[in-house]
Design a protein around this ligand. Structure first.
Ligand SMILES: Cc1cc2nc3c(=O)[nH]c(=O)nc-3n(C[C@H](O)[C@H](O)[C@H](O)COP(=O)(O)OP(=O)(O)OC[C@H]3O[C@@H](n4cnc5c(N)ncnc54)[C@H](O)[C@@H]3O)c2cc1C
Length: 400
């Protein structure tokens, strides 16, 4: 790869998991990039992420195995229950099974921990460069508003009046992407009619029923709960999804948690009482982005949730953003002298897989939230499903 010292940087809008992973991927290859993040700091509401082998393989390739292993937990299995009667339905083995089958583990981690690991690795990229200078610039408090482009360059304009000129502008700015809006004004997220309720509590405060090192899933009518250990066993992370609407675009405590408790009234008493024992539930409206055909406009493009946000029924949003980052950095390195070729190539290589993840997520929602007869059919099937069939349905995704 021929590199020009005065080359314009790749501009990345957004320092979420997707934007930071891409910056690190580019930085490791010595390709200059500037990350522009609207937030003034990285303090965000605590939330957990399940990271499947398809994501972990890329993070290992970035050399983050030691750091991630030090912070993440490795559950042995996912235990699936019916939430109405509390009955055990089946188990998906993780642990060694995932490593043997997919060459990487299945881990759970606090989002903040992953973000801190990526930030520290970005800071260290300078030590890997012959010049001792990092090729990554990260600027906080920079809200992207608009752009202009010529044949050879693109200029990002910020709300504070600052501008940054680059040779490619990548919107990693999440589901409400401003960059996507500049590409195609009609792609607006729509409500799923569901709310995700999240809580993270100290492990020693966790109700007995939830004190397990395994991931547990409870399937109820129009609702479900997933919980797992994060921060090396110091915290318990919980996500419940129920029907409902919330106006906010951020984690917020303005939807009263009594609404959650009321929705779960038909649930098994012990499970519901354990949920009610947890004080700090906050609500997030779940939105969906219908597939759209144009992820790019000349030197501008989107990735991650900005391009293909999915509801969290397959735990793949961050994983897809990480896969995007790995592919994008390879394409940029391969076409470093004419990066304008990258956006259409990227879309053609990613579109089908991301749509398949979306379809499977929507299917999982119906499966998880089944009621009456469908629930009975689901439980009957799940109880009898051999482990090898349970595992086989993830091969296309985790081998990815
Ligand atoms: C309840 C729930 C559970 C989930 N669980 C999982 C899971 O277990 N596993 C998994 O893989 N995924 C999970 N996800 C999905 C995952 O969180 C997202 O898909 C992932 O974070 C997307 O990353 P991203 O970098 O594309 O976008 P984001 O994380 O949304 O980051 C976007 C960044 O861009 C910044 N930004 C936005 N607009 C601008 C602007 N105009 N200018 C500058 N900066 C801007 C934002 O401040 C933010 O920092 C879950 C999601 C939800 C809601």
């Amino acid at each position: 790869m021929t590199r020009n010292k005065n080359e314009l940087p790749i501009i990345i809008i957004g320092a979420g998991i997707g934007g930071l992973t891409l910056a690190l991927e580019l930085g490791r290859r010595g390709i200059a990039c500037t990350v522009l993040e609207q937030a003034d700091d990285f303090n965000e509401f605590g939330a957990g992420l399940q990271l499947s082998p398809n994501a972990i393989r890329h993070l290992w390739a970035l050399g983050l195995e030691k750091e991630i292993t030090a912070k993440a937990s490795a559950p042995d299995k996912i235990i699936i229950h019916d939430a109405l009667n509390g009955l055990h339905l089946n188990e998906v083995p993780l642990g060694q099974t995932m490593i043997e089958r997919y060459d990487a583990p299945y881990l759970v981690i606090a989002r903040q921990d992953l973000q801190s690991i990526l930030l520290a690795a970005i800071e260290n990229t300078s030590t890997l460069q012959p010049t001792g200078q990092s090729s990554i610039q990260l600027k906080l408090g920079q809200k992207f508003v608009t752009y202009s482009q010529t044949e050879t360059a693109i200029k990002a304009e910020m709300e504070n009046g600052e501008t940054v000129t680059g040779r490619l502008l990548i919107g990693a700015d999440g589901i409400w992407s401003r960059v996507r809006h500049q590409i195609n004004k009609d792609t607006i997220p729509t409500s799923t009619g569901l709310i995700a309720w999240r809580a993270m509590i100290d492990w020693d405060q966790a109700p007995d029923l939830f004190q397990t090192t395994n991931t547990q899933v409870w399937l109820g009518p129009d609702s479900h709960l997933v919980h797992y250990q994060v921060s090396k066993g110091k915290k318990l992370n919980l996500v419940a999804v129920t029907k409902g609407r919330a106006k906010q675009r951020s984690w917020s405590d303005t939807v009263p948690k009594e609404q959650l408790f009321e929705t779960l009234r038909p649930w098994n008493k012990a499970v519901r009482a354990s949920i009610m024992d947890i004080p700090n539930w906050v609500a997030w409206p779940l939105m969906i982005l219908r597939p759209f055909q144009t992820w790019h406009k000349r030197r501008m493009m989107v990735m991650g949730d900005a391009a293909h946000a999915v509801p969290p029924f397959l735990a793949q949003g961050a994983a897809m953003a990480i896969e995007d980052a790995a592919l994008l950095s390879t394409l940029i390195a391969d076409h470093n002298q004419n990066v304008e070729k990258v956006p259409p190539l990227f879309q053609s290589k990613r579109f089908k897989r991301c749509q398949r993840v979306l379809s499977k997520s929507i299917y999982n929602c119906q499966f998880y939230h089944a009621r009456s007869t469908l629930r009975q059919i689901r439980n009957f099937g799940l109880k009898r499903m051999p482990t090898k069939f349970l595992l086989r349905q993830y091969d296309w995704l985790y081998k990815g």
